[in-house]
Write a protein that binds this ligand. Structure first.
Ligand SMILES: [Zn+2]
Ligand SMILES: [Zn+2]
Length: 342
């Protein structure tokens, strides 16, 4: 089978790997669509994602949808031919975080396409992927695989909403109009936000935010604090991973606001106007991946409650995986880019 394998920075090869066979409780999935995420871009262009360095060949990809090709003994949740979205994480179920119902914080999690552990956990940019049946979330057969593959990034945003609490009637600032910022916008709308503003340093992603029904857009290339709101925003969702944007969010929210860090900041220490957290009693909250929100994301996509189609701007076959990674990095022309197998 074909596998997209990263050997180091800008060294991705299409290789022929043996096709795995499902063991007890396992499902062999014929991958159909795989979205390229920011972390995949880091692995490809830098050979590392923050602190996680590619130390052996790594198959990236964790935003995956496909069709069940075969099932191992004891599998009852899905049958061959079923279409599924894949929850990329498998928590241990034993650690304290797992026991407290926060599987996304599991220290022993197995997560597709990640170099956080050695041996690395291989990802979904392959023809056939082995997953546990608990990771398979069936979708209706007429839902396009390209849409089902949005379950993962959408779940990230729904989890950020869970971390923030009720959005009803609230005003929110989203910093960063990449795929996560855009899906954050759709999620906040669905959750009942009254008014949402989005920032970016480029105009094309902001134009996409306009297509998706944002209330206000701000190009903050010249002035990070330009999205001033007379009252101050009730909430901010930092989706760019840029320390400047986080600092700006802390300045632009009202006293008593909640700021949720969704993006991955640089690995090194960053300057932070920390006294604002104290003086304005800002709740600064992290949001890490997702847990049960994954099933809700699948339901939203399957039932057409959230329309992510405008966010998908490009698809390529595995033979053009390198080109696909370059497209995904080109934020002036693209939002979400997927690799289509099959
Ligand atoms: Zn992702
Ligand atoms: Zn655990």
């Amino acid at each position: 089978m074909r596998a997209c394998v990263i050997h180091g920075a800008e060294d991705l090869r299409l290789e022929d790997w043996p096709e795995p066979a499902p063991g007890p409780g396992e499902v062999l999935l014929a991958v159909r669509a795989g979205g390229i995420c920011g972390s995949d871009l880091h692995y490809f262009f830098e050979g590392r994602n923050g602190d996680f360095v590619v130390r052996e060949p790594l198959v990236p990809g964790h935003e995956v949808a496909g069709e069940v090709a075969a099932i191992g003994p004891g599998v009852s949740r899905v049958a061959p031919g079923d279409h599924v979205a894949v929850h990329p994480g498998r928590a241990c179920g034993q650690c304290r975080a797992c026991k407290e119902g926060r599987g996304n914080l599991c220290r022993n999690v197995f997560f597709l396409g990640s170099a956080s552990r050695f041996p690395h956990m291989q990802g979904g940019f392959v023809d056939f992927l082995l997953v546990h049946e608990s990771q398979c979330h069936p979708v209706s057969p007429d839902l396009p695989f390209t849409i089902a593959a949005f379950a993962e990034p959408l779940a990230v945003c729904l989890h950020a909403v869970s971390r923030a609490g009720s959005m009803l009637g609230r005003t929110a600032l989203i910093t960063g109009a990449g795929p996560i910022g855009l899906l954050m916008l759709l999620s906040l709308r669905r959750a009942g936000a009254a008014r949402v503003a989005v920032t970016d340093v480029l105009d094309p992603p902001l134009a996409l935010a306009t297509t998706l029904g944002v209330d206000a857009i701000f190009n903050v290339a010249a002035d990070p604090d330009s999205p001033r709101d007379p009252e101050g925003y009730d909430l901010a969702f930092e989706c760019s991973g840029n320390p400047t944007a986080l600092a700006s969010a802390l300045r632009l929210v009202r006293p008593g606001a909640i700021v949720v860090q969704v993006g991955t900041l640089p690995p090194a220490a960053i300057p932070l106007p920390g006294n604002l957290v104290m003086a304005k009693e800002i709740d600064l909250r992290g949001s890490m991946r997702f847990d049960t929100e994954f099933s809700h994301a699948v339901a939203c996509l399957d039932r057409g409650l959230i329309d992510v189609r405008p966010v998908l701007t490009g698809t390529r076959p595995p033979s053009e995986a390198v080109a696909a990674f370059h497209l995904a990095r080109d934020r002036s022309a693209h939002a979400k880019v997927q690799i289509l197998f099959g």
